[in-house]
Write a protein that binds this ligand. Structure first.
Ligand SMILES: Nc1ncnc2c1ncn2[C@@H]1O[C@H](COP(=O)(O)OP(=O)(O)OP(=O)(O)O)[C@@H](O)[C@H]1O
Ligand SMILES: [Mg+2]
Length: 366
């Protein structure tokens, strides 16, 4: 027997990855689906009754959105706009969108259905995939090199100790001590390059708990020279994660921010701003990580108002050995990204002068 499933159309529209906006004959919004909520960072409750022009119009746009929407309403002729710019939380986002008229029956007023596709998301997915692939290759390379460095170190150390003993002359001790301490330094470096050998142990973690731990560590370290602002969404669900590894990720990113702040004191004097670190937590709808689209993820932003990441390393900042600091190994972010990948998550970074944000994404399925 052929049994057709009963379709819940609202659920269907809410499951689309295309953002859908329904607008009445006064151009007021009366429905938007989950993807549209995520795109405009606005809830259905807040958007209901709001003019669609508030979302679709941007200053300096020569295209007359109001006239075009009205025309489609009255004449029924659909249109598509390519590479339109919409503004969400002061950020410009490029989208393609199509507007069509729907008239359910002769006696009811027509309404508009607007379907939006962000262009950046497609570009970003390809960029992220490339980045993850390249990252895996370099990570293997680094581990291989670290192994090769580490192997002879035990032998060199042992032989030097024997040499020191057999020379039996204090004046040579200085040289053998140098060899031993440099060997020890290399061993620590090689261990860092190899990364943790412990398998992650996943437990339910409320991410505010490790975040608070990192906040107090950073606040002790900076001795109140850096203001730390907390902007938490306390309704976030727990996620399965390795708590200690999460602390390491948050710490690596926060320490970088603190270093960027403390090593550039003149920047804050010139700008007349207070060195500030923001810890922000949010739910993020529709995130693509390593080609997998997750409906929701926990997002942790660690933001500083320092001078920003130098432009020449901005694209490669997560690669191992990329550093601009005299004493840096350039491994902090690479290790952090690796841990996030093990958690099926990722770190993203946006940086301009005065605002650098590292966003940690950890998928969470309802
Ligand atoms: N918040 C930030 N502001 C400015 N620059 C940053 C920030 N975070 C990272 N960077 C830059 O990215 C580089 C790489 O960071 P990463 O943590 O991987 O290595 P590192 O800090 O140099 O060394 P390590 O962490 O191994 O001690 C840093 O040297 C710094 O130039
Ligand atoms: Mg670092």
């Amino acid at each position: 027997m052929n049994c057709t499933p009963v379709i819940d159309y609202r659920l269907l529209v809410d499951s689309l990855t295309t953002a859908v906006l329904l607008v009445d004959d006064n151009l007021n919004i009366f429905y938007l689906n989950s993807s549209c909520e995520a795109l405009f960072d606005i809830s259905l409750l807040r958007a209901s009754g709001m003019s669609a022009l508030q979302l679709l119009e941007t200053p300096n746009d020569i295209f007359n959105t109001k006239d075009a929407l009205k025309k489609t309403l009255s004449q029924g002729q659909a249109y598509t706009r390519r590479e339109a710019i919409i503004n969400v939380n002061f950020n410009d986002i490029h989208v393609d969108y199509s507007v069509s008229q729907v008239q359910p029956s002769k006696n009811t007023e027509p309404f508009l259905i607007i379907e939006l596709t962000p262009i950046e998301r497609m570009l970003k997915i390809t960029k992220d995939e490339n980045l993850i692939q390249q990252h895996q290759v370099t990570r293997q390379l680094i581990r291989g090199v670290a192994h090769e460095i580490k192997n002879p170190l035990g032998g060199i150390r042992g032989a030097t100790q024997l040499l020191a003993r057999s020379l039996n002359d204090k004046k040579y001790n200085e040289f053998t001590d140098i060899i031993i301490s440099e060997v020890d330094r290399l061993r620590v470096l090689a261990d860092t390059m190899l990364g943790s050998r412990q398998l992650p142990s996943y437990v339910d973690v409320n991410i505010h708990e490790p975040l608070e731990r990192v906040r107090s560590l950073v606040s002790n370290q900076t001795k109140k020279k850096v203001k730390i602002v907390r902007d938490y969404d306390l309704s976030l669900p727990s996620i399965k994660a390795d708590r200690d590894q999460l602390i390491q990720v948050m710490l690596n990113v926060s320490i970088n921010a603190v270093q960027a702040i403390l090593e550039n004191k003149n920047f804050f004097q010139d700008q007349e701003t207070t060195p500030t670190l923001i810890f922000r937590t949010r739910i993020q709808r529709l995130v693509t990580i390593n080609s997998v689209l997750h409906r929701s993820a926990v997002r942790i932003d660690i933001e500083d108002n320092g001078p920003g990441i130098p432009e020449d390393i901005l694209e490669s900042v997560f690669y191992p050995l990329v550093t601009k600091r005299a004493n840096g190994t350039g491994l902090g972010l690479s290790i952090a990204q690796n841990i996030m990948h093990q958690h099926n998550g990722m770190i993203d970074c946006q940086s301009t002068v005065g605002k650098t944000t590292f966003s940690l994404y950890l998928p969470w399925e309802s």
